[in-house]
Design a protein around this ligand. Structure first.
Ligand SMILES: Nc1ncnc2c1ncn2[C@@H]1O[C@H](COP(=O)(O)OP(=O)(O)OP(=O)(O)O)[C@@H](O)[C@H]1O
Ligand SMILES: O=P(O)(O)OC[C@H]1O[C@H](OP(=O)(O)OP(=O)(O)O)[C@H](O)[C@@H]1O
Ligand SMILES: [Mg+2]
Length: 302
């Protein structure tokens, strides 16, 4: 591998910054794998090269991704919306980094939380409080929008949940997923100020980089389309096919196949969301469906 050429502009290889290790990294690598892309890691593990497409992957801390993209060192990046919006709200990105698409993983909420014993009914109750957070810009923007008077932020880089107990803050504003961390630290959610998921950011691109980015996006869309979708096969009385098609709505009409040795029954194949199958299982059985198979779909490319 021509390591010296890595990351240089103008090589025609698209550069994409992703988290090296952490809560975003596993799902980012899984997404690339599902896009049919395999990575060859460099010896120093600061970048990897995609084998199947001209893409170089920068392996970095998530906090650095928006600035790398804004500064032009990377064409694209995959980063949590919380980090991206914090950098943007803090005025550190200029106007140069568009959001390309939400990716649907690493979902979490940015919440203001208070000690469980505090009473809370409205934003004004946060007036005058010190709020420990790694997201001062998003927190301050929200406080201003809600007209909260006199609240301030105390910047901490981790373990915010301990701040009220230490007396260095009255409230926290941090990432919440299951709520387990807050609960274990005697805190409760007062407000959700931002709903986050992983985002693909970057561009606008030109020339070869744009072509590669478009091809990558097409693959990502294929993976996203297949994420909730299931391939459903069942046998049913021919007379029930129309009713079954209404119960299992799909983008396209179902495929109806003859079954050997019978004219009354057919096989119905369709694609729909898994939840729809569960919701309507009883009804499908009532309509005479049998041998219901629900299969994973690896990709739906168009
Ligand atoms: N509990 C959670 N559940 C779901 N998503 C989360 C959770 N915690 C964080 N995230 C999302 O994953 C992103 C990365 O979280 P992680 O804890 O790996 O960050 P980090 O410790 O700042 O990593 P780095 O070492 O790259 O700076 C967060 O910015 C957020 O978007
Ligand atoms: O609502 P929960 O499911 O408990 O998740 C929330 C916790 O997850 C994140 O921390 P993480 O566990 O990633 O550790 P970190 O503080 O080292 O980032 C976040 O900072 C919260 O502390
Ligand atoms: Mg970080």
């Amino acid at each position: 591998m021509a390591e010296e050429a890595f990351g240089e502009a103008g090589t025609g290889r698209l550069r994409m910054a992703v988290q090296k290790k952490g809560r975003l990294a596993d799902e980012t690598f899984d997404l690339l794998k599902r896009c049919g892309l395999s990575l060859s890691q460099s010896k120093n593990r600061l970048y990897a090269r995609v084998q199947e497409m001209p893409i170089d992957i920068l392996l970095v801390r998530d906090d650095d991704i928006p600035a790398l993209v804004a500064g032009g060192a990377s064409d694209l990046g995959i980063v949590g919306g919380n980090v991206f919006e914090e950098e943007r709200a803090g005025g550190r990105l200029g106007s140069r980094v568009p959001l390309v698409k939400p990716l649907g993983f690493s979902k979490c909420r940015l919440c203001i939380a208070l000690p469980k014993e505090d009473t809370y009914s409205q934003p004004a109750d946060l007036g005058g409080m010190r709020i420990a957070t790694s997201y001062p810009a998003l927190t301050e923007d929200w406080l201003e929008r809600e007209g909260v008077k006199g609240a301030t932020t105390v910047v901490m880089n981790g373990a915010h949940e301990i701040a009220p107990r230490l007396g260095v803050a009255d409230a926290v504003c941090d990432i919440v997923s299951t709520g387990g961390t807050l609960d274990a630290n005697g805190l409760k959610v007062a407000e959700t100020i931002y709903r986050s998921e992983a985002l693909l950011i970057g561009g606008p691109l030109e020339g070869e980089a744009k072509k590669v980015a478009d091809a990558l996006q097409l693959r990502i869309e294929g993976v996203q389309r297949s994420r909730d979708a299931k391939y459903v096969m069942l046998n049913a009385p021919r007379s029930a096919v129309e009713a079954i098609s209404k119960v299992l709505p799909a983008a396209d009409k179902p495929t109806i196949l003859e079954l050997a040795g019978t004219a009354e029954k057919v096989a119905v194949h369709t694609v729909c969301r898994e939840a729809v199958v569960w919701e309507h299982l009883e009804e499908l059985k009532r309509l005479g469906a049998s041998a219901i198979l629900v299969l994973d779909i690896d990709k739906m490319l168009a």
